[in-house]
Design a protein around this ligand. Sequence first.
Ligand SMILES: [Zn+2]
Ligand SMILES: [Zn+2]
Length: 256
Amino acid sequence: MGLSEDRSAAAARSDQTGLSVTVLGCSGSYAGPGGACSGYLLDDGTSKVWVDAGPGTLANLQRHVGFDEVDAIVLSHEHPDHWSDLEGWQVVWRYRLQREGFPVYAPASVRGHTYAPDSPAFAWHDVTGGDTVTIGAMRFTFSRTDHGPETLAMRVDAGGRSLGYSADTGPAWSLEALGPGLDLALCEATMTIEEEGTLQHLSARQAGLSARAAGAGRLVLTHLWATLDPEQSRAEASVAFGAPVEVATVGARYEL
Ligand SMILES: [Zn+2]
Ligand SMILES: [Zn+2]
């Protein structure tokens, strides 16, 4: 690569103010055919953070970045559809890259579920509701949701933009808890309207209401069960949100 190409690449990076979200997986609870569970790659132009590491997300991560480009992992909760590819990442980091101390931010309960909780591959950082953590230039603020185990939704502020991610939640928690000014809300929409109240999850309708209450600029639905019709979920959420809504797909990239 010549000097001018170096300069243009650097200029492109410095021009990139803001935040992007690439979907590594978005199936709810278990992966649909050819799919992957929850995982998102956040990129503010200087740092890359992998949020949730559900089954299939490590495979998809490799379509977007090199292993050594990932700065940290943030995990929302102990349900394996949100972290089980951390096991593969432990092998990558310790035996393929032969490194130690990769930063993992998670509720304290997650570590004990892993195969090698004392592996030197990882530097674990316990986080809980109300905590704020800075990774590179991204600021994460956590909020405990309405879900079985300790589950942390998160607001991510970077480059003057703000992302809200619900993680898993029931309707007793709202995206409003992440504060005003969310440019994009990535909200779980696990169930059908008929199933509302049967589990600590949301329907697309409830996701739409939550994002509307929070005043989010955009709403992207995620964590849909593979049995749902995404078009129906999109339509129900759009009515509740009061504006068109998108449904996450593997590989989709959202620029905030
Ligand atoms: Zn889940
Ligand atoms: Zn869960």
